[in-house]
Design a protein around this ligand. Sequence first.
Ligand SMILES: [Fe+2]
Length: 220
Amino acid sequence: MSVIEETFGALPSPTAAFSEELSGLAGIYQDDVNLMVWQRDLDSETKQSVSAVLQTDRPLSLNQIVTPENVSQSLERGLPQVDGRDALIRDIALLVDAYCCLFDLETAGLRLTQVDRAMCPRFHVDQVPCRLITTFAGPATQWLEENSLNRSKLGRGSNGQPDSSSGLIQANANIQQITVGDVALLKGERWEGNEGRGIVHRSPGVEQGQQRLLLTLDMA
Ligand SMILES: [Fe+2]
């Protein structure tokens, strides 16, 4: 039992929440929410922008510390010089601004990565306070509802067994998946009071020839 539980009693089971508004991301501040999703459709201009950026020779891998003020410039330097990339830059700048505003940050750690295979294929929790994840192309992040999992089987608790047979995933559990374009805030283990309650998630498998474009923002 954590110190918080001893002091205030057990918190309600962590849960996911969804909003169709950007402002709904503030729901992550609720104690029982460990995944907050802004559900949205990417407009056609942004989708075209994503395709253009993905059609370059070198796989994209940007890792930058940015501010809401310099993120556009920083991306202009880091992204390939392709026509139509501006819509993607505008969208990422919006997300950096929202993330910094929500958590009262001056800077954010930005990673924009093109992926052609699963990066963290096992279910896990992140050792961060709260990470923003958006998949601009390809399959998006998968996660487990609290009543679908046995946290004691995470990490070493799996005894070397794969997630499919370790007992981590309860029988009949549905693996949940975020939708492309949606903006997800994943509360990790280092959010105050959230130890042992971080959202359990994984990168999806990527099929041969499929490309993902993944944005993550962290507290820098
Ligand atoms: Fe993760």
